[in-house]
Each structure stands twice: as C-alpha cells, then as structure tokens.
Design a protein around this ligand. Structure first.
Ligand SMILES: C[S@@+](CC[C@H](N)C(=O)[O-])C[C@H]1O[C@@H](n2cnc3c(N)ncnc32)[C@H](O)[C@@H]1O
Length: 274
C-alpha cells in the first residue's frame, strides 16, 4: 500500500491495531495516562474555570476508543458538578467506536453524547461550533485546506480547538520515519500542519509538555513489540530476526539514558490552541 495514512487508519481500525495501541499508550503514558493529566490540568480545567453559562460543549475528533475523553469528562464533572456537558464524538474505526459507546453508556445524565462512526470529512456535525474541540493525535489523515479550515472554525472562542501532536524531533517521529520510509504518501504530521495553518492565516498558540518515561529492563522486549508494531503499522511481527534486532538497537539508541533501572525516553507533546 502506497499511503501510510490509509495503512495507519486501517491498522488502528482493526481489533489487533486497537489492542496494540492500548498497550503502546500504557508504556508511553503509564496506567493513569499522563497525557490525560496534562491535558486536564493545563488546558481543560482553566477553560472550564473561565467558562460562563451552564453548558460546556465538547467535540472529540478521532477520539479512538473514547478512553481519554471519558477520563477527561469524569474529571471535569468531579470538579464542576453543576456544569452540563455535551460531546460530539467522531471516530471512523468500528472496533474503537464500539468500545467508546460502551464507555459513554457508563456516564451519567450530566453529559449528552452524539457519536458518529465515520471520518470527520464525511460527518455533518449537529453544530459546527463548540467550546472546546479536541484532536488528540488524530491529524495524520487530514491535509486538505477545506478540512483544516473547517476544523479551525469549530470553536466558539479563540483557542477553542486544541490539537495534540508529537514533537517532530521526538521518539515517535524518528521511529515513524524509519518504519514508514517505503510509503509514497506520508502521514500528515505537525510540521506540515503548522505550515498549512500559517499559509491559511489561521493563528495558533503553541505550547509543549515533556512527559518522559522509563522502560524497566525486564519490560524492554514487550515495550519494543508494542512500539515497533504500532509504528510499523502491524508489520513488525513478520520482520526477520536480523530486522528485529536492528529495530531494537535503533530503539535503544533513541533513549536519552540507560542504567540499571532501564531505558529512559523523552516524550514531548505539542499543544496547539487554534
Ligand atoms: C492515534 S489514534 C488517537 C485516538 C484518541 N484520540 C486517543 O488519544 O486515544 C487516532 C484516531 O484518529 C482516527 N482518525 C483517523 N482519521 C480520521 C478522520 N479522517 N476523521 C476522524 N478520525 C480519524 C483513527 O481512527 C484513530 O482512532
């Protein structure tokens, strides 16, 4: 397949892809999901504090299995129990969508959820405006100007669209470019998105958070299996033993420190408030 975008979409849409993505997130962000923590503390809680009115309208575009948005909603509800929430949720993967729907059913009547099992480009949202639209690691299939302009227009207020992406110089980008070298059409990543925002005169505010992690020595093989299967979009298990060894050496070489505790990695998350 010549398109890394389509291959990645198909991989994440498969039950195996969903399983690997879950494992991969556990290694990178820990069991309590450090990204949810940073997102809530630095980006959502301050917006909720500033918000006036009884309803906070959220959108989650490419929300995956709904794990992150339900964790964020539960935290928001715990801190702002008088606020009512609505959520527009868009996710094309059938396997992830099913899990998300189960999670939504467990939420209380303090939130109304409308969910679409399709791509954002094909989705007519009930309202093309919300208080906060989240795109957490989901810009990779976008690229056309009309979609970017529509995304940027989803907000009711300045900064109401929050895009989370990986640092272009970071661990995942280095692995992605090694694993996806053979594809003609690359994934749409942060550098191209930033260039497009500037070209389209869409203002944004960029911040970063460093969420490092250490892989214990005994867990390295399981970590390598998850992160290399994820970044190769399912190809890694069929690698020859030499290819696997080379990929392991490359992965170890990307760590910033290695001692008796294990391999330590830096992981910079970039947040764009559009
Ligand atoms: C890396 S996952 C992130 C999932 C979730 N946001 C999270 O942080 O756990 C990217 C998600 O974007 C979805 N996606 C890909 N292309 C999309 C599109 N055109 N419209 C909406 N979602 C899309 C994928 O199906 C996948 O679930």
């Amino acid at each position: 397949m010549a398109s890394a975008k389509e291959k990645y979409l198909a991989f994440l849409g498969s039950p195996e892809g969903c399983r690997i993505y879950k494992q991969f997130k556990q290694f990178l962000y820990g069991p309590d999901d450090a990204l949810v923590d940073v997102l809530y503390r630095d980006h959502i809680e301050p917006r909720l504090t500033r918000h006036t009115g009884g309803l906070f309208r959220l959108a989650d575009i490419g929300g995956g299995d709904g794990g992150r948005i339900t964790a964020l909603l539960n935290r928001a509800h715990a801190d702002f129990p008088k606020l009512h929430f609505s959520l527009s949720f868009v996710e094309p993967s059938p396997a992830s969508f099913l899990t998300a729907q189960e999670r939504f059913r467990a939420l209380g009547d303090w939130v109304d959820v409308t969910a679409w099992n399709q791509r954002f480009e094909e989705t007519a949202l009930e309202q093309e405006s919300c208080d906060l639209a989240l795109l957490i690691h989901s810009i990779y299939t976008f690229s056309c100007d009309a979609t970017i302009q529509r995304l940027a227009g989803l907000k009711a207020d300045v900064g109401g669209v929050l895009v989370v992406a990986n640092d272009p110089e970071g661990l995942l980008m280095k692995l992605n470019s090694r694993m996806q070298a053979g594809f003609q059409e690359k994934r749409y990543e942060l550098a191209a998105f930033l260039a497009d925002l500037s070209r389209l005169h869409i203002p944004f505010d960029k911040t970063e958070s460093n969420i490092g992690f250490t892989v214990p020595v005994h867990a390295f093989d399981a970590f390598a299996q998850a992160i290399l299967t994820m970044t190769s979009m399912g190809a890694y298990p069929a690698f020859s033993s030499e290819e696997k060894e080379a990929a392991h050496a490359f992965l170890k070489g990307l760590s910033v420190a290695h001692d008796a505790q294990g391999w330590t990695y830096e992981q910079t998350e970039v947040f764009l408030a559009v």
